[in-house]
Design a binder for this molecule. Structure first.
Ligand code: NDP
Ligand code: 2IT
Length: 447
């Protein structure tokens, strides 16, 4: 490891020892950047690594709301405005009981490089709350969102910071948040992305992350003159990203045999076809039910309580699309043993460092989240463009722009990996290509 990189990592470890996920993400990125620091001294001279690992602004606040029983509830809210060198802050909001500053710092840090890779002018940010939408009524979710936005609205705006969805924040939450923003800011109302089609949303935004990570996998497979036809595919999660990954993989000729949630996994050896996917969408998006219901409806499927999909059946391709660190070293070994040749990360940092080492050592086509799942934020960027122009593109236009962006990201990551002597290593390629644009902008902009 380059000495500048190890000095910066030591400093981070000493300053933020409790921010495990942030330190994990920083280590992965900075290790890749060792290759750059060894060649180009300007970044050290400008102390870019110390600067890029520190958020520009870290906002934290309390969110007080009243539940349906009339009892007062208190949650923590955050927005981490990490880096705005190349454009307004951009990134999702996560509502999940596990949310804390360290998790949002990892997500905001990753977002800097992901957004840079899209080729669009967007800085990196993330936010959210330890609020758990599970089991809450629509009215409770509405009251929480309104209280959350009552504090957040003063820190965001269409040209300053544009939040979106992530775990626990979908169309319903974006609606309540946007509604409260409009009320408070007396603005044109286009501050979040992922909006409904009747009030400024873009076609294909709901599909974008899942479609994008499938397009990215397709590009990786093409480098070996391969494709999805006849492949068995594992998907984890059953939320937004998982649903549209299942849809696109199936359209491209793959057979998806799993879906999961935090309680367990279903395995359907016949494949989750369009009709079964419709059932999952209704189950999850309308009834907010558990994936175990799938095995009651489709009797040939199995439900395995407490298990993740990895290694349960033979499969050539895997799309982790639930959450961070959902594939550990043993899971990765089980995947490889079962014939996995390609992993495309719909989730952010779903593979532990040990898992990544297993994939790279076994020459698995491994697409890290910041490249593979960038289609979501890229299409958010396209939603912002349409809002600014006061027009709406047709579905095919947005989809073909998304597809082209994913092809470009794959090319940029592959070329950077090659240039720095690690061909086929998309981890290094994505980190380096994403970093250089932001770091050079920081130098141009001065201190
Ligand atoms: P959703 O809330 O729609 O779905 C999340 C899914 O993951 C659910 O099935 C959920 O199960 C499962 N899950 C969440 N947390 C855990 C956990 N701790 N353990 C096991 N399963 C879990 O979120 P998204 O589909 O939007 O997000 C999924 C991943 O994709 C996240 O990592 C997110 O950061 C990433 N991502 C999302 C983008 C987007 O545009 N939405 C863009 C880029 C990345 P349960 O219902 O039981 O909680
Ligand atoms: O992790 C992510 O890229 C997202 N949750 C989407 C962010 C966005 O602004 O669309």
């Amino acid at each position: 490891m380059n000495s500048y990189v190890s000095r910066v990592l030591d400093g981070l470890n000493k300053t933020y020892p409790w921010e495990k996920e942030f330190l994990q993400a920083a280590k992965e990125v900075l290790e890749s950047l060792s290759l750059v620091m060894a060649r180009e001294k300007k970044y050290e001279k400008h102390r870019i690594l110390e600067r890029i690992t520190e958020p520009e602004r870290l906002i934290s606040f309390k969110v007080v709301w009243v539940d349906d029983k009339g009892e007062v509830q208190i949650n923590r809210g955050y927005r981490i405005q990490f880096n705005s060198a190349i454009g307004p802050y951009k990134g999702g909001l996560r509502f999940h009981p596990s949310v804390n500053q360290g998790i949002l710092k990892f997500l905001g840090f990753e977002q800097i490089f992901k957004n840079s890779l899209t080729g669009l002018p967007m800085g990196g940010a993330k936010g959210g709350s330890n609020f758990d939408p599970k089991g809450k009524s629509d009215n409770e979710v509405q009251r929480f969102c309104q209280s959350f936005m009552t504090e957040l609205f003063r820190h965001i705006g269409p040209d300053t910071d544009v939040p979106a969805g992530d775990i626990g924040v979908g169309g319903r939450e974006i609606g309540f948040l946007e509604g409260q923003y409009k009320r408070l800011a007396i603005s044109n109302g286009c501050v979040l992305t992922g909006k409904g089609l009747n009030w400024g949303g873009s076609l294909i935004r709901p599909e974008a992350t899942g479609y994008g990570s499938t397009y990215f996998a397709e590009e990786m497979l093409k480098t070996r003159k391969d494709g999805f036809k006849g492949k068995t595919v594992l998907v984890s999660g059953s939320g937004n990203v998982a649903q549209y990954t299942i849809e696109k993989v199936t359209q491209l000729g793959g057979k998806v045999v799993s879906a999961s949630d935090s309680n367990g996994t279903i395995i359907d050896k016949d494949g989750i076809d369009a009709e079964k996917l419709n059932y999952i969408m209704e189950l999850k998006n309308v009834h907010r039910g558990r994936i175990s219901e799938y095995a009651k409806k489709f009797k040939k499927a199995d439900y395995i309580e407490g298990k993740k999909p990895w290694g349960l059946v033979k499969a050539e391709v895997a799309f982790p699309s639930a959450t961070q660190n959902e594939i550990n070293g043993d899971d990765a070994k089980a995947l490889v043993k079962n014939g996995c040749i390609c992993v495309s990360e719909g989730a952010n940092m779903p593979s532990t460092p040990e898992a990544v080492d297993v994939f790279l050592a076994n020459k698995v086509l491994y697409g890290p989240g910041k490249a593979a799942n960038a289609g979501g934020v890229a299409t958010s960027g396209l939603e912002m463009s349409q809002n600014s122009m006061r027009l709406r593109w047709e579905k095919d236009e947005v989809d073909s722009r998304l597809h082209q962006i994913m092809i470009n990201i794959h090319k940029a990551a592959a070329e950077a990996a090659e240039e720095y002597g690690t061909p086929g290593n998309y981890v290094n390629g994505a980190n380096i290509a994403g970093f250089k644009k932001v770091a050079d902008a920081m130098i141009d902009l001065g201190l």
